[in-house]
Design a protein. Structure first.
Length: 277
């Protein structure tokens, strides 16, 4: 049974800023998780100080040596190192994820939704996303460096989102990620897209080894681009029916993000305290 919601943080260079919106969203994420779980942060000393100064609090903090020692720039690696270390079931949440209802799944590994599923979504935008996020880097850095057997493991028609990864069998995920970073692409970690290592390769190896997994939703239920076109009345209805929200584009839509956060702070009865940066 999953009793802990875990987070990972190492202050690496990231395409999203660690600003006031980040902290406001992170606080909401932690509060939403506390409705159902104990919260645990995996981090290093400097990063813990940074988050603490920003007003973030957890039930438990783990200073992980492997995160402290990691000096690369791939922002997926600290998260992977956390999951390698875990022995008990968990849900790993990103700081831009909000739980409205408790996620449930009997699968050994459960993803929140695919992004995208090319067996169902085939617009040019989806193909462009897959090319930029996955294909281009693979062709440039990986394809000629691994044998056909390893190449054949990789799935190219469905790409999972890991923003709220529910893991009922942590040993399996730990072993797969260990294999990925030590045997599959050990010398290419710093040039690979983080989403490829963390998401695509995990799903590919789950399928390769015949491990039971599922998607709790067929697609991302919250689409900020669609949301911003709605009337005020429809926006409230749209938000109120959400069971899980992943606000991945908060850096590009600050006004819309504020509007969404205001709604869920009120819905979850969260009292805000000013963030100290």
């Amino acid at each position: 049974m999953v009793t802990e919601a875990i987070y990972t943080f190492k202050k690496l260079k990231h395409y999203k800023p660690f600003d006031e919106t980040f902290f406001r969203l992170a606080k909401l994420s932690i509060y939403s998780a506390e409705q159902f779980y104990s919260t645990v942060l995996y981090t290093d000393n400097d990063s813990l100080e940074f988050l603490t100064n920003g007003g973030l609090k957890f039930d438990r903090v783990v200073l992980l040596d492997s995160i402290e020692e990691y000096n690369g720039g791939n922002y997926a690696m600290p998260k992977i190192l956390t999951m390698i270390s875990r022995e008990e079931p968990y849900i790993h949440l990103d700081f831009d994820s909000i739980l409205i209802d408790k996620p449930e799944s009997k699968a050994q590994v459960s993803f929140p939704f695919p992004e995208p599923d090319l067996t169902k979504l085939t617009t040019p935008t989806h193909y462009e996303f897959v090319y930029i996020a996955y294909v281009k880097c693979f062709v440039e850095h990986i394809m000629d460096k691994i044998d056909y057997e390893k190449q054949s493991r990789i799935k190219w028609n469905i790409f999972p989102n890991n923003s709220a990864l529910l893991v009922n069998k942590p040993k399996i995920v730990s072993e797969i990620f260990t294999e990925i970073i030590t045997e599959f692409v050990p010398d290419k970690i710093e040039v690979l897209n983080p989403t490829a290592i963390e998401q695509q390769y995990l799903l590919s190896h789950l399928e390769y080894y015949g491990i039971d997994y599922d998607f709790r939703n067929t697609t991302d239920t919250f689409n900020i681009v669609d949301y911003r076109t709605l009337s005020d009345k429809k926006k409230e209805y749209y938000l109120d029916k959400q069971k899980y929200v992943h606000i991945s584009h908060y850096a590009w839509w600050p006004d819309i993000t504020k509007e969404v956060l205001d709604f869920f702070y009120k819905k979850l009865n969260l009292i805000e305290k000013k963030t100290i940066l």
